[in-house]
Design a protein around this ligand. Structure first.
Ligand code: 6PG
Length: 253
């Protein structure tokens, strides 16, 4: 089922496999168009566990055989400050489920080296990587073809958590953030980086996300502004939800 408003385009899918296939299809469409137009496709991956449903589809022959992998550049929307082989590492999950199964040139996989104990230096190095690797729409104005985002139950995207300093960062593309409730450091793209995205896909699954989805996309009066509601990109965000996450939404939402 599809619903849209001036702010969001909402796609609801019956189950996780259908959700994964729908987002894989959008990835295919955007990547083929981008590589045909500009010779490359730049995509920022979201962290957490939900993207696994997408990666399962991307590595399947029905999608993998059509993808312009040789023209694809991979970035990370955020990373936990752990080594790349740590179970909590977003790179580790993406590498395990996707990157080691598809022929993307290794120098086109731009990992956040978040194991660096100097978080500020790590953020500055990744921001330089973005400026060096991303293409220009006009001289000095960078863009990302596709930004994938997951959604936390508190309405965070990437590591842009409620009530953190990084929400006020609108100049740097990447910054460190200490997440009190997780008692851990993260390195994250900022709203300034998300603003570079030509397409934003927000991938949400599971009944534990039903309440936050209802607060953000439902017809209840907005209680507070969640970080996900603060994003501005070059096109309206595409929400792809499974039926469990969308259970409280009504068709005319
Ligand atoms: C992270 C993510 C974060 C994630 C959401 C959803 O590093 O954790 O970038 O924003 O996308 O918390 O996580 P799940 O997909 O695991 O529910």
């Amino acid at each position: 089922m599809h619903m849209s408003s001036i702010h969001n385009s909402i796609h609801i899918h019956d189950d996780l496999a259908t959700l994964g296939r729908a987002v894989a299809q959008r990835w295919l469409e955007i990547s083929v168009q981008a590589s045909a137009r500009h010779g490359h496709f730049h995509v920022a991956l979201s962290g957490g566990s939900t993207p696994r449903y997408l990666y399962e589809q991307l590595v399947s022959p029905v999608f993998s055989n059509k993808m312009p992998w040789d023209a694809t550049h991979i970035y990370f929307g955020d990373e936990r400050c752990v080594p790349p082989d740590h179970q909590d590492s977003n790179f580790h999950m993406a590498n395990d489920a996707l990157l080691q199964h598809v022929p993307i040139p290794l120098n086109q996989i731009h990992r956040i080296e978040a194991e660096n104990p100097d978080q500020e230096l790590c953020a500055a190095q990744y921001e330089k990587c973005l400026y060096d690797s991303l293409p220009d729409i006009t001289p000095g104005e960078k863009y990302i073809d596709l930004m994938l985002l997951g959604l936390g139950t508190d309405g965070h995207i990437a590591s842009l958590f409620p009530d953190t300093e990084i929400l006020r960062e609108h100049t740097r593309l990447v910054a460190p953030v200490y997440v009190e409730k997780l008692q851990s450091w993260r390195i994250s793209m900022t709203f300034a980086a998300i603003r570079l995205a030509r397409h934003v896909i927000i991938l949400v699954a599971g009944n534990n996300k039903a309440d936050i989805i209802s607060q953000i996309l439902g017809d209840r009066p907005p209680m507070k502004k969640f970080p996900v509601e603060m994003i501005h990109a070059r096109s309206i965000p595409e929400w792809h939800l499974d039926s469990a996450a969308a259970i409280y939404l009504r068709p005319n939402t």
